[in-house]
Design a protein around this ligand. Structure first.
Ligand code: ATP
Length: 199
């Protein structure tokens, strides 16, 4: 699903990790752990294509490697990446359509994430947990094999942590893969990848 070979990433003057190699297979979840500042977000952003590594390669087992990032993965950062001035309905439609979802996919995501009562609110008026559910909707609306998730559970209550765990398991059962930066154990069986002590 994704293979990382001899990856070296710096931010500013600071070397975060050197010669990091790992593979995430279809049906597998990996819990990316490490202290605050160790570089978990930076690693995920590098895999998503937002940070250029100093060295190393990232390859996807996609049919067309040139299109691999665009169509192969979902990146969900811990800041959600939502436009706060839009109504939830418009923001969901924009994000989901951009990710390639059709109307049925969007309707399914609204249902699974119980977003209907929130859709006429401005994004800025949503709670942190509600915003996370809205951001996650595109992941459900436009299925892609690899999920890169940065602290996906942080703002969620017990009910939605459990629900997200079930969505993750369903994704893995269908042959998907997940790499999630977390400070707590994932609610699905997962291999640990620890990138260090930070600073
Ligand atoms: N744009 C940037 N420019 C310079 N340094 C950065 C930038 N973004 C992050 N860093 C630095 O890179 C290091 C790793 O940050 P990163 O956010 O990847 O860590 P993390 O493991 O996700 O931490 P946390 O558990 O606190 O979320 C930190 O020292 C941070 O200050």
């Amino acid at each position: 699903m994704i293979s990382v070979t001899a990856l070296t990433v710096s931010r500013g003057e600071r070397l975060l990790f050197r010669d990091l190699s790992f593979h995430v297979a279809s049906g597998e979840a990996v819990a990316l752990t490490g202290a605050n500042g160790a570089g978990k977000t930076s690693l995920l952003r590098t895999l998503a294509g937002f940070i250029r590594p100093d060295a190393g390669t990232v390859t996807f087992s996609a049919a067309d490697p040139a299109e691999a990032r665009a169509g192969h993965l979902h990146w969900l950062g811990h800041l959600d990446g939502l436009k706060t001035g839009r109504r939830a309905r418009e923001e969901l439609a924009f994000q989901a359509r951009w990710a390639g979802a059709d109307a049925d996919g969007i309707a399914a995501a609204v249902d699974v994430l119980a977003l209907e009562p929130l859709l006429d609110l401005e994004v800025r008026k949503l709670s942190a947990g509600q915003r996370r559910r809205l951001a996650f909707a595109r992941v459900i609306a436009a299925p892609r094999p690899l999920w890169l998730l940065d602290e996906p559970f942080a703002p969620l209550d017990a009910r939605w942590r459990a629900a997200l765990g079930l969505m993750m398991q369903a994704h893995l059962d269908k042959g998907g893969a997940i790499l999630a930066a977390v400070h707590d154990p994932l609610p699905v069986a997962a291999r640990a990848l620890d990138i260090g002590a930070g600073r």
